[in-house]
Ligand binder design. Structure first.
Ligand SMILES: [Mn+2]
Length: 346
């Protein structure tokens, strides 16, 4: 090939490429003016691919125009995905849940405390009296206990809920208790003020759906190994069914670390607050499993923006039927509560 011919070819290539660029710009302008929805874009791309003759493969034309017009399957999917109801995109302002004297998510953090499990009327009553005197008005207590081993104490069931109701009425407190069966969700509303869905049930979708069908507020615990995305989608199951009164609670995740029962994921707090309008609480008992670090962890949670802290309190932890090692006795709770309050964060 002589020098002259090469120069001619190079000039032709430049001219053709120049024309192509102009045509591409024209193509983009027309498509933009059409203001197509993502699915219409997809259809258009299919039609354009249909213009390919035998010399060019359909897939090649489709990919080419897809790149030029910025239409990839991923961008179409992303655009079609509706923002979650629990997301800040859907709702800018914070969801606030009224629990008697306290408003969870309203800017003033709340302390939730009580025994791991409801063991007897007298036990719950003793705890409630101490908490109420300290100014805590939201009482927790497990009636249905999903335990790691089937041979461990499984809770008093409905009788436990009845005890909570009776004690709460006496002291003017609000109650939170875990429900594990979809059939109990409606019934629970007669006895308690907040239905807790536990970590082991975070992706029990039938339970989530049932909780979405009632108007009782729900406290949803993060699963043992759930990502924040999975956590928010679990909350979406409830909210999408009509129950907008959902609170999220970080309770530690499973990692390789054995110094604590679980690893408290503090970063989950600001991320959840940023991504979602739902109140976010932190359970310092199950996340740490260590009494001596519960106060600093509670302070860290509040400093990170948590709307509340949950802690387990028992009249005689050594004799507790569950979580004996990590429940605070009254004296330890007093110290814990005072230390958190001293920080000015609560
Ligand atoms: Mn417990």
């Amino acid at each position: 090939m002589n020098q002259n011919h090469t120069e001619v070819l190079e000039r032709q290539l430049r001219d053709v490429s120049h024309q192509m660029l102009e045509l591409v710009q024209e193509q983009v302008r027309i498509v933009q003016e059409l203001k197509l929805s993502p699915s219409e874009m997809q259809e258009l791309l299919d039609k354009l691919a249909g213009l390919a003759d035998e010399k060019l493969e359909k897939k090649y034309v489709r990919d080419l125009f897809g790149v030029v017009l910025g239409i990839t399957t991923e961008t179409v999917k992303a655009k079609e995905r509706k923002p979650l109801l629990v997301s800040r995109v859907h709702q800018q302002e914070d969801t606030i849940i009224d629990l008697g004297e306290v408003r969870v998510g309203g800017g003033t953090p709340v302390m939730v405390a009580g025994p791991c499990a409801v063991e007897s009327y007298e036990q719950v009553r003793q705890v409630a009296a101490v908490l109420k005197a300290a100014g805590v008005t939201v009482l927790r207590g497990g009636a249905f206990k999903p335990r790691t081993s089937p041979y461990e104490f499984q809770g008093l069931g409905i009788d436990g809920l009845k005890i909570l109701k009776e004690v709460a009425a006496e002291f003017g407190m609000q109650t939170i208790s875990e429900i594990v069966h979809p059939a109990h969700v409606e019934l629970a509303g007669e006895y308690i003020d907040v239905i807790q869905i536990g970590a082991r049930n975070m992706q029990n979708f039938e339970l989530l759906k049932a909780a979405g069908e009632v108007q009782t507020p729900v406290l949803l615990k993060r699963g043992l190994a759930a990502t924040l995305e999975e956590f928010l989608h679990a909350a979406e199951y409830i909210v999408s069914r009509g129950n907008r009164q959902v609170m999220l609670i970080e309770r530690g995740i499973r990692t390789y670390e054995r110094a604590t029962r679980n690893t408290l994921d503090i970063s989950a707090v600001p991320i959840l607050k940023q991504e979602s309008h739902l109140p976010v609480l932190v359970d310092v008992t199950h996340s740490t499993g260590r009494k001596e670090i519960m106060a600093p962890c509670a302070k860290a949670a509040l400093a990170a923006g948590a709307d509340g802290v949950m802690v387990e309190v028992h009249p005689n932890p050594a004799a507790a039927l569950s979580d004996a090692a990590q429940q605070l006795d009254f004296e330890a709770f007093g110290r814990f509560y005072a230390e958190v309050k001293r920080s000015g964060l609560l």
